[in-house]
Design a protein around this ligand. Structure first.
Ligand code: GAR
Length: 222
């Protein structure tokens, strides 16, 4: 760790709003992590500009240039290791990673997903949550395991699904929470407060325990 700060590589495929939330968090003097490289599989990912503006070295590893996933991931791994990475954070990285890559980075590879896992793995989470009629959705930061959107959960945030929500309105409400919980998860890991016990992530010394339940729809006033 340089200066005691956890060295993080962020992998993206698109606009990079979660990347921006991590950049902003890492800019704080007391934040225990530092982004050492941002890597995209898409050359036109907006997040690359956000990284460049923050002075973070970037790399593009276009998956289409490689004959198969292992070849793509070998190049990805080379870039990641060259930066002295201790933890990989996937932030809207839209490629599935092979078991070989995931196992090589076991418990040093995290992801953010726009649902309350284990519900609604995969794509189109907001439409599917609305269609299913559930009353809450949200987002999850978790350690990555070979199976898609599985792995020990570090932090979740729940938001109510409102009667007139569509995927955009719900997605916006969830995204605002993503921007809070990804930096929170990174802080907890950087401070050494997260340990993995089997398939559970245990967070030590958390002082901000919320109390009570949240009910949606709200019960009528009495
Ligand atoms: C985010 O909502 C993230 O949770 C989601 O893609 C979006 C990326 O936005 N990731 C996945 O769906 C991964 N399964 P961003 O580029 O603005 O951070």
């Amino acid at each position: 760790m340089a200066g005691g700060r956890l060295q993080v590589a962020v992998l993206i495929s698109g606009r990079g709003s979660n990347l921006q939330a991590l950049i902003d968090a890492c800019a704080k003097a007391d934040f225990p992590a530092e982004i050492v490289r941002v890597i995209s599989n898409e050359a036109d990912a907006g997040g690359l500009d956000k990284a460049a503006e923050a002075g973070i070295p970037t790399a593009v590893v276009p998956h289409r240039d490689y004959p198969d996933r292992p070849a793509f991931e070998a190049e990805l791994d080379k870039e990641i290791r060259a930066a002295g990475t201790e933890l990989i954070a996937l932030a809207g990285f839209m490629r599935l990673l092979t078991e070989g890559f995931v196992d090589a980075w076991r418990d040093r590879l995290i992801n953010i997903h726009p649902s309350l896992l284990p519900a609604f793995k995969g794509l189109h989470t907001h439409e599917r949550a609305i269609d299913a009629g559930v009353r809450f959705s949200g987002c999850t930061v978790h350690y990555v395991r070979p199976a898609m959107d599985e792995g020990p959960i570090i932090v979740q945030a729940a938001v109510p699904i409102l009667a007139d929500d569509d995927a955009d309105s719900l997605g916006g409400r969830v995204l605002a929470q993503e921007h809070l919980i990804y930096p929170l998860a990174l802080r907890l890991i950087g401070e050494g407060k997260v340990r993995v016990d089997g398939e559970r992530a245990i967070v030590d010394e958390v002082t901000d325990q919320p109390t009570g339940a949240t009910i949606n729809p709200s019960p009528p006033k009495v």
